[in-house]
Design a protein around this ligand. Structure first.
Ligand code: ZN
Length: 198
């Protein structure tokens, strides 16, 4: 799914008012799996001068990038970190590690069902297996119309939970803007008639 959805869902499930360090651990864990892509794209485009088309159509599917993605999206690695964190949960670092890893696992759980031809090796390094889902969060010929609607509902539900949990003004401004963004994206998608057909 889209990165903000991962963060909103993980924070709705795992954050707690007044526990700043735990909440940051959740936030970082929810985004880290996508970080490889965010760092890699500007590196290829700006430093190596590759075109956007070549980056997404070719380089993305070649071993260096695929290995980086596998590393950052490995369920066995995050599960191992969660176990270590759980064992050490009475210490601050253990607790933060636990919540970081759980947030990343929520990310995996919401990516695995909605990646079609861009499926990841989520069980690396134990297995090279990829689950090529028949539905996708962005490929319109893989029912993205419906999947993105479900994604928007998850995001808006998470926003409602976080809105009640965190009364701080800056948090609510960010949440309000995100809510507008999700609604606007849905409206634009429907108007562009990507539609429910796929
Ligand atoms: Zn992801």
């Amino acid at each position: 799914m889209n990165s903000p959805t991962h963060s909103l869902l993980a924070l709705a499930v795992l954050s707690k008012r007044g526990e700043t360090k735990r909440n940051w651990a959740v936030f970082i864990g929810s985004l880290l799996p996508d970080l490889a892509i965010y760092l890699w794209f500007p590196y290829q485009a700006l430093i190596k001068g590759e075109s956007g088309k070549r980056i997404w159509d070719e380089l993305y599917f070649e071993p260096p990038m695929q290995n980086l993605i596998a590393l950052f999206n490995s369920i066995p690695i995050y599960a191992a970190l969660a176990i270590i964190g759980y064992v050490a949960r009475t210490k601050l670092w253990g607790k933060c590690l636990l919540f970081f890893a759980l947030a990343a696992l929520i990310h995996m759980a919401t990516d695995l069902p909605v990646h079609g031809h861009d499926a990841y090796r989520h069980f690396w390094p134990i297995s090279e297996w990829r689950f090529y889902s028949p539905i996708s969060y962005w490929e319109t010929d893989h029912h993205a119309g419906w999947v993105s609607l479900v994604e928007a509902v998850i995001a808006l539900g998470s926003i409602a939970i976080l809105w009640r949990r965190f009364p701080k003004r800056w948090v609510r401004i960010v949440l309000g803007l995100l809510a507008l963004l999700y609604v606007a994206m849905q409206v634009m998608m429907r108007l562009a008639s990507f539609g429910f057909g796929g």
